[in-house]
Design a protein around this ligand. Structure first.
Ligand code: PLP
Length: 459
């Protein structure tokens, strides 16, 4: 900071400056001040940090190692060359390019939904979804550990559509006190709830790595006539055999359909095998399958009504988010969703890279398997080193350490030892529950994981 700016700040007596400087002092005194690290190369298992040189990266969401995959990079470069640098418009004016449609068809195929619609981030997708789909008299019931974008989208909804009710249930608790059932019963009894009840959960909880019990939630939703929304931002690329998400893990994804124009057994249009070895379907069969999926719920293993997700993690990691759902939902978003009516489209180069990343994920299930193997190995080794790592089938391995300052100090020491792991504390998690969140990638080698555990042992 230059001397001149410093003196202006010091002399300032407006309320904002004073309270902000007080907050900064408090954060520094408590040793919870966040420093941004500068990366001087591509995201990968190993990255170059300006202040530390080459380090192992165990804190990115690059779960499948696709962020710097040559085909993903090349697809983006081609998109840039063919479509230029900018969309220069929102979608409904003149901002919809053919790669947007192609990406959205691929996302719908991955998710097993009728359609999808993209946004510049999953955060924006959530802020579009809830205020657009909810009306006064509706009630949104949310897991207490849902991501901040869901929490803020619900808050926004109750302001934009006054009369939308909300309720929160204890994390993953479906029965008993403070449970989802209790919240559903409360909504049914509430005279102000006259419309649709919505239940929303993360598929994978980002700070715990735990997963939502979607089949049981589906049953409860059916019992109360509620619609189920899942934000699966940490589930894509991670959960299920093909990485389609937490619904695939639970057997709720349906069969993966062939991509439009995909060459089956080397001959276009002929019935053949899909990327997972399954028989590809003819167009009428496909329609029957998809309409069955939209309406089946009798067994409790049926549909998730609406998904939100990100393209900024496993699926290329560039940026972008989506809603995957019925055409009714995506058409409503196009007509009424403020973040798409008043804000620019996803850059085309990012759309091209994300589509390629999804294609690679679906054609190479061995990547997803490698991630699972790496994660199981990391959990075992971290536990053997004497750390309290939360169990789950996901690639998020949180080590609970207690105080925020302790988590940040441990993270700093790990970085000095050549391993980049972030310490999370308040306000991201409740005070006293701070943690080191180790995130595993298919790009890591066993040696990388051994190096992580070696560094943890030296703390
Ligand atoms: C569960 C969940 N939802 C949404 C998001 C936001 O994703 P995006 O970066 O695309 O806005 C995140 C990112 O951390 C997340 O963990």
């Amino acid at each position: 900071m230059s001397d001149r700016i410093q003196s202006v700040n010091t002399m300032s007596n407006n309320v904002f400056d004073a309270r902000t400087d007080a907050l900064f002092s408090q954060l520094r005194d408590q040793k919870v001040w966040k420093e941004l690290q500068t990366i001087e190369g591509p995201m990968d298992a190993k990255i170059r940090l300006k202040a530390y040189g080459e380090v192992l990266c165990f804190c990115s969401n690059n779960y499948l190692g696709l962020a710097n995959h040559p085909e993903v990079v090349e697809a983006g470069v081609r998109g840039l060359k063919d479509f230029g640098a900018g969309t220069a418009s929102v979608r409904f004016i003149c901002g919809t390019f053919s790669p947007h449609h192609e990406l959205e068809a691929e996302i719908a195929r991955m998710m097993g939904t009728e359609s999808s619609y993209t946004f510049v981030s999953a955060w924006t997708a959530a802020e579009a979804l809830f205020p657009t789909c909810c009306e006064p008299g509706d009630c949104i019931i949310s897991d207490e550990l849902n991501h901040a974008c869901i929490i803020d989208a619900i808050r926004l909804t109750t302001v934009i559509k006054k009369g939308v009710q909300k309720a929160v249930y204890a994390n993953n608790r479906l029965e008993g006190d403070k449970s989802l059932r209790a919240a559903l019963e409360g909504a049914k009894k509430n005279p102000e709830v006259t419309g649709q009840i919505w239940v929303v959960t993360d598929g994978v909880f980002s700070m715990e790595g735990s997963i939502a019990d979607l089949p049981a939630m589906r049953k409860l939703c059916d019992e109360f006539g509620a619609m189920l929304i899942v934000d699966d931002s940490h589930g894509h690329g991670v959960m299920g055999k093909l990485g389609r998400g937490t619904h695939e893990h639970w057997g709720m994804a349906g069969e993966l359909q062939m991509a439009k124009g995909q060459i089956a057994n080397g001959k276009e249009g002929e019935e053949g095998k899909g990327p997972n070895g399954q028989r590809a379907k003819g167009p009428n069969e496909e329609k029957a399958q998809s309409s069955k999926q939209q309406s089946s719920n009798g067994s409790g293993i049926g549909r998730v009504d609406i998904f939100t997700g990100t393209l900024g993690k496993a699926l290329g990691g560039g940026a972008g988010g989506f809603v995957a759902a019925s055409e009714r939902v995506t058409k409503l978003l196009i007509q009424r969703g403020r973040p798409t009516l008043f804000s620019n489209a996803l850059p085309v180069t990012v759309a091209c890279s994300a589509k390629k990343a999804i294609e690679i994920m679906l054609r190479e299930p061995q990547r997803v398997q490698k991630l699972k193997d790496n994660t199981a190995y990391a959990r075992k080794k971290i536990k053997e080193a004497g750390f309290d790592v939360l169990e789950s089938p996901t690639a998020i391995c949180p080590i609970i350490v207690g105080e925020t300052a302790k988590a940040i100090a441990m993270s700093k020491r790990l970085l000095e030892l050549g391993v980049f792991v972030i310490g999370f504390g308040y306000p991201v998690v409740p005070e006293g529950h701070a943690r080191l969140r180790c995130q595993i990638s298919a790009a890591h080698s066993t040696g990388d994981i051994d190096a992580l555990v070696g560094a943890l042992r030296r703390l």
